[in-house]
Ligand binder design. Structure first.
Ligand SMILES: O=c1[nH]c(=O)c2nc[nH]c2[nH]1
Ligand SMILES: [Zn+2]
Length: 465
């Protein structure tokens, strides 16, 4: 441990049990640990079994003021939602009776067309940012709509409530089913430029733009090329959809006949970079996965959506064997839950369903899926130098979890150690168990528990600014 250089001020110190993933371990549980966060929101130190008095002298904090986690509490990294449509949140939990292309035409495009109304946008975007934060999503990679001003508003709200976010103004110049919901190619390019410039001008510390062609069937080849150029010239993130359902894969074959595969469409238009995340990928071939690996591009696994609108089942084991980066996504509203805890459970269910089909299939473990929800998500968004686990120098994005809140969903029994407690939280827990949420060292949400059971939520972000 190095001596404090006196310029580092310690803002928070926690002691107790921490759970996170590392490069070598899907799950590492650190008991009797002390973690310090500096005034820039970064992890300054993390020590196992330390002498707290000497640590407090070295780092200049008051040992009596540290936050001592209780017997049923632990800290874990904030969860990363690598794919969520903020604009579809208003109808989450409904409209799950059609396959992808019909679902888009019938439900999605008519709703998304309403975001020219900023009051409508403000209502939905406020609710989705609050709901996801409350469920432990400290980082969200959002699709908005084609509307620049509403997309900028989503960025403003994520910043206001303290969520780390990538925000995408959706680009689409083809839409024969709902022709009023698209832009001309020129408009698309001009508005994408405006969106990026305006969002970057705000200088939000944790909210950035992501170039967002909706998916190949919604975009002309020239628009895809323009967007590839914009992203590469400005070193921006890119997000889209790929190989979600078979009808869509066939459609792409007919629309882009000079391309060898769906992956080749994005490759040819310079949209596969190490800052690209593509949602779904259920029907990608091994050859396509090799291209993903070579390009350093990632997949957002959206298991709730894949099942809810009957798109397919992604073989995550095969993706991981190809060394392709992968995180979890809720894909609201194709997925009916805004919680990454749900994505964890659905990812395990899908993996088990694949094992039922093929007993040779190596089922994912809960530890592996915990990794996908945290460190894996940060890798998929190329943010793993900043977030994803508890490493000195990374931002402190974390959840304080209490598995024994009054009226909560978990019962514990004698002899259950921290691993069983974490597994119970991942399988049975919900937002009632997430009592504090930190993003870049700032406590952005705290819940106050009362007896008889009643939980009030205190939004702290406005007070912090
Ligand atoms: O699940 C999905 N949701 C969408 O909004 C979408 N657009 C293209 N492809 C899509 N898939
Ligand atoms: Zn999607």
């Amino acid at each position: 441990m190095s001596l404090n250089d006196a310029t580092t001020r310690i803002e928070h110190v926690f002691s107790g049990t921490f759970a996170h993933s590392t490069q070598s371990a899907a799950l590492e549980i650190l008991e009797n640990c002390v973690l310090g966060v500096d005034d820039e929101g970064k992890i300054a130190f993390i020590e196992k079994d330390p002498d707290v008095d000497s640590l407090s002298k070295i780092w200049g904090f008051d040992a009596s003021e540290r936050i001592k986690l209780g017997q049923y509490e632990f800290l874990m990294p904030g969860m990363v939602d690598t794919h969520i449509h903020a604009s579809q949140y208003s109808y989450t939990g409904t409209a799950l009776d059609l396959p992808l292309l019909d679902w888009l035409n019938t439900y999605t495009f008519p709703v998304e067309a309403q975001y020219k109304d900023l009051d409508f946008a403000n209502n939905v975007y406020t609710k989705v940012v609050r709901r996801t934060l409350k469920n432990g999503t400290t980082t969200a990679c959002y699709f908005a709509t084609i509307h620049t001003d509403a997309s900028l508003l989503l960025g403003e709200l994520a910043d206001k409530f303290g969520q780390r976010a990538l925000v995408g103004k959706v680009c689409m110049d083809c839409n024969s089913a709902v022709p009023q919901y698209k832009e001309s190619p020129d408009q698309c390019k001009a508005e994408t430029d405006r969106f990026i410039i305006e969002l970057l001008k705000k200088e939000y510390s944790n909210v950035k733009p992501v170039v967002t062609p909706r998916f190949a069937p919604s975009c002309s080849a020239s628009l895809l090329s323009e967007l590839g150029e914009i992203a590469n010239n400005n070193k921006l993130h890119i997000q889209s959809h790929i190989s979600e359902n078979k009808q869509e894969v066939d459609l792409v074959k007919t629309l882009f006949q000079d391309c060898k595969s769906y992956t080749d469409v994005y490759l040819k238009h310079n949209l596969l970079t190490n800052k690209t995340v593509m949602a779904h990928g259920c029907h990608l071939t091994d050859e396509e996965l090799k291209i993903f690996h070579e390009r350093g591009s990632a997949i957002a696994h959206c298991p709730n959506s894949n099942i809810s609108i009957c798109s397919g089942m992604l073989n995550v084991r095969n993706v991981l064997n190809h060394k392709v980066k992968l995180g979890l996504g809720t894909d609201v509203a194709g997925g009916y839950s805004p919680s990454i805890l749900d994505a964890i459970r659905r990812a395990l269910d899908t993996s088990k369903a694949l094992t039922i089909q093929d007993p040779e299939h190596q089922t994912l473990t809960f530890e592996e899926v915990f990794r996908l929800a945290t460190l894996g998500g940060s890798e998929a968004l190329s943010l793993d130098d900043q977030i994803g686990n508890f490493v000195v120098g990374k931002d402190f994005d974390a959840l304080r979890v209490n598995v024994c809140v009054p009226g909560g969903p978990i019962d514990l029994f004698p002899g259950e150690g921290p691993k069983a407690v974490l597994e119970k939280f991942l399988n049975l827990g919900d937002d009632r168990n997430i009592t504090e949420v930190y993003v870049a060292g700032r406590r952005v949400l705290v819940t106050e528990h009362h007896w008889p059971p009643f939980t009030s939520i205190v939004w702290t972000q406005n007070q912090c600014k």
